[in-house]
Design a protein around this ligand. Sequence first.
Ligand code: EPU
Length: 337
Amino acid sequence: MGSDGSTPAVTGLVADFDLTPWNTMGLASRAAFGAVVTGVDQLVALAAAARAEGLAFHVIGQGSNLLLRPRIEGIVAVMATRGVSVDDRSPDTTLVTAQAGESWSGLVEHTVTQGMPGLENLAGIPGTVGAAPVQNIGAYGLELADRFHSLLAWDLAEARTRRFDGSDCGFAYRNSVFKAEAGRYVVLEVTLALPRRWTPVLGYAGLRELPPGSDALTIMRHVLAIRASKLPDWRQQGNAGSFFHNPVVTPAVAETIDGGPRFPHPDGVKLSAAWLIDACGFKGHRLGSAAVSDRHALVLVNRGGATYAEVAALATAIRDAVRSRFGVTLTQEPLEF
Ligand code: EPU
């Protein structure tokens, strides 16, 4: 609440804002204040109001990587800015700039179908363009960082815009400075560098069967088909995608685990969280209206009317079981507030 008990006067700001339609897990959640942001000036005004009133300030996109509590204090800004532009002056790369509120999967489909290959492996990932760099989204052998040029962010601490090149972003597996310093920056627009001399990335299981000369449209359709066959669609069954990171452990720990996929990693060995959870018998397991998907053990789903408490309790039960059976601690992927 504002210091005098009123709603701060910023365009579009409403009290008791319903976030239920703004999280793909479909949890019932309300923010003290919220606004759908359609312009950068509006975002800046909201941030200033939060600061002036001493309120917490949260920014979300489509809410596809969120675990929301039922009641959120402060202001929640839903980034819904739109616009895409293309700069094809360079002989090496096509630069595509998209505003933060654009749909990521929409951008992938637009670029690939318009003859600008490069993002096809990242097709079908829910969420917005602005959220994509925050956790350095990745799938089927490609990460956002591989196609990243630069981004423009609002620095909440210094109240100014800041441009970030790839080397400024601290990109790592499902991580970046925007996640590590959560609450400091709001991504406003992202520029991607799509290679003119494109070659397909077909090394990931499921894509290896495609012919080496496959075009980007074929790869994109294949990725969408694999995703549809493996992952529950949040429109049919609420979920936030992978609920845990794939854990990186020491070779000594990896050796104690009998079975399951393992991948080399600079810091040790990367294991499959889905396999560990599956091995503990959790696939399809229910806790109230929350459940582990019966299609993919890494996805927690809302079977209808699930509460934050149920999802959190299920996540704790999974973490405890994996830790006690394998000595591996899983970390949660969705952000929580
Ligand atoms: N597996 C099981 N049980 C299952 C599902 C999978 O044992 O129910 C094992 C299988 O051995 C499989 C392995 O886990 O080979 C890996 O499964 P998958 O290829 O589906 O990949 P993942 O490691 O579980 C990651 C990303 C996904 C991304 C896929 C494809 C993370 C945390 N998740 O999942 O990203 O779509 O690879 O590249 O890195 C997301 O982050 O929200 C997400 C969906």
